[in-house]
Design a protein around this ligand. Structure first.
Ligand SMILES: [Zn+2]
Length: 675
């Protein structure tokens, strides 16, 4: 396996218009590298070629593509060599599907939509987002470009940007689909073909790179890592999770994605930005507290850090940006010894609905991640190809359909003592006609149908609070809640419990659904008091919730949904790995460094606030005092120490748990538990 990725990286954008003069004129190699070094940067991705299509090195093969006003004709090489002198890695960036220079000169290489339209930025709009198809002769250009870089530049690695599936009907793709016996008019066939072409492209390019330079790092960026990466994973040396919280990804994308990606066997490096908003936001600054949270959260979730910046066209590195970055990276550097080769210790495997919906932040999974993080559970995000045998509890949130092969694997898991929670439409066969997972339930015979002819239950087809029912908390599920109706904003899947299954909570119907024929007040119709079906069913080691409770939580986070679910988790799982008495805004994770014989607990307390219409802001650190933490460990513990401060803490064992108190949590605190 390759060397562990570096912890303090920069992604230095340099998309520079041809209308800007004297590009690179103020570049000073020594100042460039020493500014990075002072900010404790240990890797920086620099530009060979940008989305405008311009090159920043002295290309002999493509002289016309060199930026017309590039003052330092070997800017890239000088950047890389200056960095190398100070021990800083400098992988090379080049663009794949967005290249304005190529798009205007080769419209026949562009992605064609099913209506014959050229996909991406229109002629009278600003932007270089014209999509280019890599199934055209453009692919030959890319290979020659990469070949030239391998032969003429010092290559640590490559970052290939914008490598994403397309729905393309260009002539090359249509011809290719026909040759493979596919039906080009069928969208599914087109997507299937495009995925295959894209995977083949990645594997071919990586092969080219590795033939010249087996140690080069290689990454293909699609702005996301999800289950669809599996077929081409060998083309990657590591993953980079582009996830700028203020750049359109939000604060949920990163934890969800990294909890999936970190299980795929290669290193994860995660991007945020120094920008106030997103890429290209020149002369803007993120608040230090936000940058700390974003980087320290990466460490807590087993990722390395990468901060996005854009170099000014003059080539002069901004000292104020690197003061900010340095103020955070100096702390990262001190924390690193407790993060190297650290593996998460987890008790729950949460399946992602991304596999079925293709959403980057799928609602049900996001709701579950949010809920489990608030409750300090330790968990991974999985897909159906994952090995889930090692997790004591599995959660199938809302929309995990089950084919016969997956059903057998789940049966085997439960038979061996594994615990399972399924919610909403999870456990149904892919056609939605019957439960194939053994959950002690069956579909009711005549469900209410929505306008599309499919059952209403478990699907968000309501809008305007049309289809709402109520759940009655009991002494086992929702025990801290008032024992009265609680609104469930998406109606339950209509089910019956099988004989022998235990009903833990019931559904109470409203008087009627809200339609033009009958409605009541502003929103949903109130409870009729009539119990209609089970809401929560226990069967052997499984608990089934008829409501898509995680989607509801993702939509508007009713506290009772969390309370109901956490009771079920506790009922099946028993003692959690970690507990604390802090607020639900604490993020707590547990990692293990087996080679150092220690656990490292990460505690974070930063609160993103919706202060503006567009983005969440973190401006302040709100410290917590006297935070009690307990761990479910039976191994003998030598010491508990606040790190990197190296202050030891007293601890005691009680009821099988290890208890200690963190005197002050100011943003981020690591606690070492040495065996
Ligand atoms: Zn095409």
């Amino acid at each position: 396996m390759a060397a562990e990725a570096r912890f303090r990286q920069i992604h230095l954008d340099f998309h520079t218009s041809e209308h800007i003069p004297r590009v690179g004129e103020k570049f000073d190699p020594q100042n460039f590298a020493s500014t990075l070094h002072k900010a404790r940067v240990d890797s920086i991705t620099c530009f060979a070629r940008c989305h405008h299509g311009w090159m920043y090195y002295d290309s002999a093969a493509f002289p016309k593509r060199i930026h017309p006003h590039l003052h330092r004709v070997n800017l890239l090489k000088e950047q890389v060599e200056a960095c190398h002198r100070l021990g800083i890695r400098a992988p090379i960036y080049t663009t794949v599907q967005w290249d304005h220079y190529t798009a205007v000169r080769h419209p026949e290489w562009r992605v064609v939509g099913p209506e014959g339209e050229l996909v991406g930025t229109k002629p009278y709009e600003a932007g270089f987002y014209q999509e280019i198809c890599i199934n055209t002769p453009y692919r030959d250009f890319l290979k020659n470009h990469v070949q030239e870089m391998l032969e003429t530049l010092p290559v640590d690695g490559f970052f290939f940007d914008i490598v994403r599936p397309q729905d393309c009907s260009c002539w090359y793709c249509r011809r290719g689909m026909i040759a493979e016996g596919l039906e080009p008019t069928n969208r599914q066939d087109r997507l299937h073909y495009n995925k295959k072409i894209l995977d083949g492209f990645k594997l071919e390019l990586s092969n080219l790179v590795r033939t010249h330079n087996p140690d080069a790092t290689i990454f293909y960026n699609a702005g996301h890592i999800g289950p669809s990466v599996r077929e081409s994973q060998t083309a990657y040396s590591h993953f980079e999770l582009e996830s700028l919280p203020s750049g359109g990804w939000g604060y949920m994308h990163f934890p969800l994605t990294v909890r999936y990606a970190r299980n795929l066997g290669i290193d994860c490096v995660s991007h945020t930005g120094k920008f106030h908003t997103s890429w290209g936001d020149f002369h803007s600054f993120k608040r230090k507290a936000a940058l700390e949270f974003e980087c320290f959260r990466m460490l807590a979730l087993n990722s390395k850090c990468e901060i996005g910046d854009q170099l000014h066209p003059s080539g002069e590195i901004d000292p104020y940006v690197y003061q900010l970055i340095g103020s955070v990276y100096k702390q990262v550097e001190q924390k690193e010894p407790w993060c190297r080769s650290a593996q998460a210790v987890s008790e729950i495997g949460l399946f992602t609905t991304e596999e079925f919906t293709d959403e980057r932040v799928p609602e049900a999974t996001a709701g579950a991640v949010q809920m489990l993080q608030e409750a300090a559970y330790q968990f991974e995000v999985l897909d159906t190809a994952s090995d889930f045998s090692k997790y004591p509890l599995l959660i199938l949130p809302d929309g995990i359909t089950v084919d016969s092969e997956f059903a057998l694997r789940l049966d085997d898991y439960v038979a061996k003592g594994g615990k399972l929670i399924a919610t909403g439409r999870s456990g149904l066969d892919p056609a939605g006609t019957a439960f194939v997972a053994n959950l002690g339930i069956e579909l009711a015979e005549k469900p209410i149908l929505a306008a599309d002819g499919l059952p209403v239950g478990g699907r968000d087809v309501g809008g305007n609070f049309k289809y709402v029912d109520y759940i009655l908390p009991t002494k086992s599920i929702g025990k801290g809640l008032p024992p009265t109706e609680h609104a469930m904003y998406i109606k339950a899947v209509e089910i019956n419990a099988k004989p022998g299954a235990q009903v833990l909570a019931q559904v109470v119907a409203s008087y009627f659904d809200r339609t033009w024929r009958h409605f009541c007040s502003h929103r949903q119709t109130p409870s009729s008091g009539r119990v209609t079906q089970p809401a929560v069913v226990k069967w052997r080691n499984t608990i089934y919730f008829a409501h898509p409770i995680f989607t509801i939580y993702n939509q508007n986070a009713p506290y009772w949904c969390k309370a109901l679910m956490l009771d079920a988790v506790k009922l099946l799982l028993g003692e959690p790995i970690l507990q604390h008495d802090g607020p639900s805004t604490v993020l707590a994770t547990v990692n293990e460094q087996t080679n150092k014989q220690r656990l490292v607990v990460h505690l974070l307390h930063y609160i993103p606030e919706r202060r503006s219409r567009e983005i969440d802001i973190i401006e302040d650190v709100i410290p917590l005092h006297e935070l009690s933490v307990s761990l479910n460990i039976d191994r003998p513990v030598k010491t508990i120490t606040l790190v990197p401060e190296l202050k030891t803490l007293p601890f005691r064992r009680e009821n099988g748990r290890l208890n200690f108190v963190v005197p002050k949590l100011s943003g981020h605190q690591m606690v070492e538990v040495a065996f």
